[in-house]
Design a protein around this ligand. Structure first.
Ligand code: PRX
Length: 648
């Protein structure tokens, strides 16, 4: 199906689902007036939401808005670790499970709020002993173990800024991020389990440190033991030994609401990843509020977000939102097909998970594996099903609703970004009538619009650029060390409005339908990648003269990476395999191109711009678009001819 056909089919979607009775009764957001109330007085709304946290000093002003720079809860002081851990330890939640963890080999741990408090305090004292103080940057490169959450919370306890780097990134990608943030410490582990094999995290750190002079120490958690390559790192300290020597008392550092909480690198439209900066007070208010209302969180719920903490979804909705709300959050270490394809359903059954949050690409994988897998387990505990990371096609939505939710659960398709920090467009499960494939409406207090090129609102059904028209508490504050890029990239296209980079339509009922990125950012299996970043990795190879990368449609992954490469004349051998491996080394296995196509020349306009639209047409085997502006139209015809001959 062509892109246009897919979009047409999407907009003809007429099925709708009122909130299931099972969810509506007792839902936390049950008054539809919440939208109007928040819209009339957004600052009043967020101020009310802010009171759910513990503040060491109350704020003087909810919002100071000097577009595009916002400050939220100005003058307020709080500590994130205290809010996520300590305050739950003074009442009946002290012995509640904060984290239920399952390792890939099958080991299990339940960590209560009381235990988490002691671990976080010990880890915070260990960081202090290594000389880390307020404002210092700490890189965290770990797998999905509870110690990753402990490490993040320990940083926030002493006011250090963490930057978590997804364990699927390579040594080079890790080094680039450590250097950009000038980290003094790296927290890592010997290795992580993935499909029964070891991801050699520590070895990658060793390689990354070769060119990372800012790092003074490394703190290493032992997870896989002898199964990992044995290496010694600069200033290495063992996690367990360090914590064993520390006191479980560590007063939380009072932080200004606008002090930096973390940096998270994400791909943009250039080759260099951007360090998205989130701050303390507004972020925590934003993620706690959305987590409570979007997932209809009740105190007895077991909540599981199956994302990786290395991405923003894990930051906001495995660690900070759930723990700020005193929830029980499940963390699973491995992949959904290990040892069998029913692993997720077994986990839901084992712990009685009530709320499950995953990505469309995973749902489509489950669809391919067949309904007999979830049918093996008892999924009757489920009440809310979430989706995030990419547009969910109506077919996958319906499959999720029927085969996982058994028609009883609310499905919440949540649209947001690393930059927004919190969920922005989403149903509220007890209030919203959902339409499969639509993220429905902006969250209360959030304002979104779809604009044409001239900045006018587009009418119902027409496509345009999705913008956010009002500041929100968890919004990114800047790009680390590059405020100019922040202003240019997000706020200059339509002054005073935040440009999301996504295309969208609003239907006649006011529902938002997300149509994917309109810039050079790809979304591959829920991972955000930049075309330029992969192009830079390719041209870094000595045999490559020129490269163009595009995201082509893929039924399973949403998008797949297609690379068009012009080789230097001297190149020989199996360059396809070599270049794929090269990209995996430069960025990580997640960026490995699916297709590499060699061409004597890339199609360019007369002004020398690569015509990506044409490359996409070729990669998706469509009729060619307009080639009249092409410098040499023969290039495309030749490319298409060659490419059509390649087996799928
Ligand atoms: O294109 C949108 C897509 O993911 C992008 C953000 O990617 P990232 O910063 O990695 O954050 C992913 C998790 C929040 C967006 O610009 N996206 C995310 N959620 C949805 C989505 N597209 C459609 N529907 C969604 N629910």
């Amino acid at each position: 199906m062509s892109e246009a056909d897919r979009l047409d089919a999407l907009l003809q979607e007429t099925r709708s689902f009122p909130p299931p009775a099972y969810v509506r009764t007792g839902a936390i957001a049950s008054d539809p007036g919440i939208y109007r109330r928040a819209d009339l007085d957004p600052e009043g709304f967020w101020s009310e939401m802010g009171t759910a946290l513990h503040w060491m000093r109350p704020w003087d002003r909810v919002l100071q808005w000097d577009p595009p720079h916002a400050q939220w809860f100005v003058g307020g002081e709080l500590n994130v670790a205290e809010n996520c851990v300590d305050r739950h330890c003074v009442g009946p939640r002290r012995n509640k499970a904060a984290i239920i963890w399952e390792g890939e080999p099958g080991d299990q741990r339940v960590i209560t709020y009381g235990q988490l408090q002691r671990d976080v305090a010990r880890a915070a004292n260990a960081l202090r002993r290594l000389g880390i103080t307020k404002g210092d940057r700490v890189a965290i490169y770990m797998g999905m173990v509870p110690e990753l959450a402990v490490a993040m919370l320990a940083c926030t306890r002493i006011g250090a800024v963490h930057t978590v780097i997804f364990g699927g990134f390579s040594a080079e990608a890790l080094r680039e991020r450590i250097n950009d943030a000038r980290c003094r410490l790296v927290i890592t582990q010997d290795g992580a389990w993935r499909r029964g094999r070891v991801v050699p995290l520590k070895q990658n750190v060793e390689e990354a440190l070769l060119g990372a002079p800012s790092v003074e120490h490394t703190l290493v958690y032992r997870r896989v033991g002898a199964a990992a390559p044995q290496v010694a790192l600069r200033g290495e300290v063992d996690w367990d030994e360090a914590l064993a020597h520390e006191s479980a008392v560590c007063p939380p550092e009072p932080m200004q609401a606008e002090d930096m909480l973390y940096i998270l690198y994400t791909s943009g439209t250039t080759g260099k990843p951007k360090g998205i900066v989130h701050t303390t007070g507004g972020y925590l208010v934003g993620v706690a509020t959305t987590h409570r209302l979007v997932f209809d969180l009740h105190d007895s719920d077991v909540y599981w977000c199956a994302a990786d903490i290395g991405w923003v979804t894990g930051h906001s909705y495995i660690v900070y939102g759930p723990l700020a709300n005193g929830a029980t959050t499940v963390i699973y270490e491995g992949t959904p097909d290990f040892p069998e394809r029913d692993r997720h359903w077994r986990i839901i059954e084992r712990y009685g998970v009530n709320i499950y949050y995953t990505a469309p690409t995973t749902i489509r994988t489950f669809m391919r594996w067949g309904p007999q897998e979830p049918a093996k387990a008892d999924l009757s505990s489920l009440r809310i099903l979430g989706s995030v990371g990419e547009p969910i096609n109506p077919e996958a939505w319906i499959w999720y609703h029927e085969n996982i939710g058994k028609g009883r659960c609310a499905v919440v398709d949540t649209w947001w970004q690393t930059e927004t920090g919190m969920i922005m467009i989403t149903p509220l499960p007890g209030l919203t009538t959902t339409k499969p494939g639509s993220a429905t409406h902006p969250f209360p207090g959030v304002a979104a619009a779809v604009l044409d090129e001239a900045g006018n609102l587009v009418g119902p059904g027409a496509g345009g650029n999705l913008v956010l028209t009002r500041p929100w508490p968890a919004m990114m504050r800047t790009i680390f060390n590059d405020d100019e890029r922040f202003v240019r990239q997000y706020w200059s296209r339509y002054p005073g409005k935040y440009l999301t980079g996504d295309g969208a339509r609003v239907d006649a009922d006011g529902y938002f339908w997300l149509l994917g990125r309109v810039d050079d950012v790809m979304n591959v299996a829920g991972h955000r990648l930049s075309t330029y970043e992969i192009e830079s990795a390719l041209v870094d190879h000595p045999a490559v003269a020129e490269a163009a990368v595009i995201g082509r449609h893929d039924d399973l992954k949403g998008q797949a990476v297609a690379a068009f490469v012009t080789l230097k004349e001297s190149a020989s051998g199996d360059m396809g395999a070599e270049l794929k491996a090269h990209v995996a080394v430069k960025i990580g296995p997640i960026a490995r191109p699916d297709d590499i196509f060699f061409t004597a020349e890339l199609p360019k306009t007369r002004s020398g711009k690569i015509m990506r639209r044409l490359l996409r047409d070729i990669a998706e085997r469509r009729v060619l678009g307009d080639t009249t502006t092409l410098a040499d139209p023969n290039v495309v015809a030749m490319l298409k001819q060659q490419y059509d001959g390649v087996e799928e």
